[in-house]
Design a protein around this ligand. Sequence first.
Ligand SMILES: C[S@@+](CC[C@H](N)C(=O)[O-])C[C@H]1O[C@@H](n2cnc3c(N)ncnc32)[C@H](O)[C@@H]1O
Length: 443
Amino acid sequence: MSRQDVNIRASAAKALHQIVSHNRTIDWALERGVLDDPATAAIVYESLRYYPELNTRVMGCLERPPRDKDLDIYALMIVGAYQLADPAIPDYAAINETVNATRQLKKPWAKGLVNAVLRKLAAVDLAKRTFEHHNHSAWLADELHRDFPEHAPALMRANNQRAPMCLRVNLHRISAEDYRKQLDQADIAYRTFLPELPETLILHDPVPADTLPGWEDGLVAIQDCGAQLAAVLALNAAQSPLRVLDACAAPGGKLFHILERHGKSDIDVTALEVSERRANTMRKLGHRLGHEVDVTVEDARFVSTDTPYSLILLDVPCSGTGTLRRHPEIKIQLDKNRLDDLVATQRELLESLWSSLASGGTLLYCTCSLLHQENDATIQAFLSANENNNAQILPVSLPLGNATEFGWQLTPLDDTDGFYFCLLRKPAPDERVTDQPASIGLT
Ligand SMILES: C[S@@+](CC[C@H](N)C(=O)[O-])C[C@H]1O[C@@H](n2cnc3c(N)ncnc32)[C@H](O)[C@@H]1O
């Protein structure tokens, strides 16, 4: 079948079905080529952003819930419902093409059903088909209202926007200035992020990664702007010579950025990652960017060392609620139990890695979460444990985002992914910590 013959609604429904019914991620679909076409990917992203509302609309047109074996047809109806809410797509096209997609799903019997459901939805005035609801699950909305009492509605709206494509120029291979010239020559429009991070660029419109100048030669990587502040904080807080442990390393963005900013001398790096698959991804990425980092597949909760580290990067596994713009499926898949499991792992990691930090050393704890439970509350629990109460919090100060009790929070309202950073310093046993330490950051 040629690409023109492929009905993008059918492809979108297949991917959506895998993500929603089989708990797959968008990254899974992208890696396996299930979402290789930008038009299909756009439909899937948007259908996931507004899934709760689309689900209510489609369910409201059905006499009974779909059978498990027909959840692909259900996903197709969600895709059709999304297209009917798009004023740029005429109703007849949204309906006809979606009905035709039943053939590619090998379920021609569903034609009548899909047609009937979409016609019912199309009978509603177009103005009333826009999305009104915040499209977050009730418990997640409650958490956000509690953690961001003034900003929760705006934050949820921001979570439903498309995230920009951000680049990190590989300063080991090219200067930011020279790379920008290459973007100009390729007619790729961009803006800079902060004067202190000339390597961080935001594209006006996303482009396929392999069309970026110097992609194959490792001149550039893709990394959210907020994520790029981690390397700045880590390097500003730590003292040379750097003996670095990245405890949860893959796919390696923050560690590679630390290497690119620091230069090659006076730095010794250990990278741990519990997932073999993700470790391999990191090795490939490191190879493209020219970083020789050994990635050891190991559970960081169970490591110990005789030679403690001067800098530990602890970028813990988390809910990813700061990345809902890029991973809208998290809104559907995350539940309270999963969150509690993550919090337990985060606390274990922090507790156990503290013993591997040298006196005078710094640990950067970070998450891409918006939730207090994974952020300040995890730090609070750590500080409250007797043996850690000498840990010193180094205040963070950045030109965007907000201070929290122990760290710093960025959210999509800052037009970055949501990140939490907390810097913890381990004083020497005989050190008397009296003065308030100076802020670390850019301001
Ligand atoms: C937020 S990601 C790290 C992102 C990475 N620092 C970067 O900047 O690209 C967290 C990583 O920790 C890994 N991980 C989860 N539990 C772990 C554990 N107990 N020990 C080591 N790695 C773990 C996950 O597989 C995941 O790759």
